[in-house]
Design a protein around this ligand. Sequence first.
Ligand code: ZN
Length: 488
Amino acid sequence: MTTKWTIASLLCKKSFLLLIAISSATMYGCTVNPATGQSQFTALLPASSEAKVGAAEHAKIEAQFGKFMTGPIADYVNQVGQRVAANTERKDVQYKFYVLDTPLVNAFALPGGYTYFSRGLLTLANSEAELAGVIGHEIGHITARHAASRMSQGMVAGIGAAVIGTVAGGSAGQVASLGSNLYISSYSRGQETQSDELGIRYLARAGYDPSGMSTFLSSLDAQSKLEAKEAGKNGSSFNYFSTHPLTAKRVQDSRVEAAKYPANNNKARAAYLNKINGLVYGDSPDQGFAKGNRFYHPALDFTFSVPKGAKITNGATKVTARHPNGTAIIFDTGKGRSTDPVNYIRNEWLKGGQVGGAEAITVHGKPAATTVFGGNIQGKSVAVRLVAVQWAPNTYYRFQMAIPSGVGKAFEEELKQTTYSLRKMSSGEKKSIQAKKIRVLVAPSGSTVSSMAARMNVDGNKVEHFLVLNGMTSGQQVIAGQPYKIVL
Ligand SMILES: [Zn+2]
């Protein structure tokens, strides 16, 4: 039992006394949570309010991530989700399951029954039991009322403000994972452990192999290590681990927990692999993606490059690039009424704020404007350069560059090239860019890990990627006649 639960229990005792004092039975007070068996003080957030909070936050998640995935894969996740949800203690919640079209491995839940699972998570999982385990974990946060009890204690105040702060604070690389960051990071380690335990309980009740939780966590652990190894220390993209710490311990704990339930071999592995066969792996052309120092957006038909060495991060509403010398570039789009880009910068983008003259330029035949002024970011003086390109009559494509002093003339020249690199994609570029997809192959006889891995279309070590993708450890052999995931 953690300190937080102790605080909750203390609160409960107090409110009981209060209730006795005014002897009113109609007020909210302490309730015993049917999932955890613990007393919770829920005066400020009854189930109906949870649903309201969830609906409001859900709208923000949708705005941040863009549209949710639809079609067979979304239907399938919902179907597995409802099966798990039917085995939980809280029937006052309507559970809803959404699939986010992002390559990041991520899952999170909101009060009121809203749960989210990323495409990256689906491509990593190896069986329906593993998916059901993750679903059970997220539902566990809801049934145990983790967010609700923290909200009641006033610990998750000002979520809207936090969202704005995160965006304005410039950690735009995390925009795509904003919602998750806020919610998951607000759970304590004790709450995570409790959710793992509840997830395993629901997994077992729903008729799945209860070890699905630990095998999925083990895949997460391996994936995180491989990512960290390949990205070096600057692998800044969000993943499950930054907020779900100590995965190795969770793997071990959930193994022990699963052993308390009757053994059940129902993993539904082949059925699961069949469902995710053909799912996009990694970046999706619909979302745009980076290749080296160039960003492509086939769906919106544009591309631009950034100086060599800058790391591009694609968010739902903007693209950011950071160079080791401290330069940050943000690319996004804006609606504008002005037909003159100079006016647009001065009166709409900067809303009439003080700025020196903006200069009219032309970028690949499109009218554009640019201006530069001095600024200060975290105590360091920078030059801020703004560029607005009139892409369509009322649409501006924009660069914001924060350039620390002393980057040198050559680098400034490279940044200038970034501005002038913005253009439509060539037909050759469009043809050459195709999404990578998960393909499920039955291993022919005589197959080895290296013969299967050789077919993988990935950057980096094919064998390591094959093993992680299939939840295998090094030294494990492929079994002829069994299905395996590869990336094509
Ligand atoms: Zn969690």
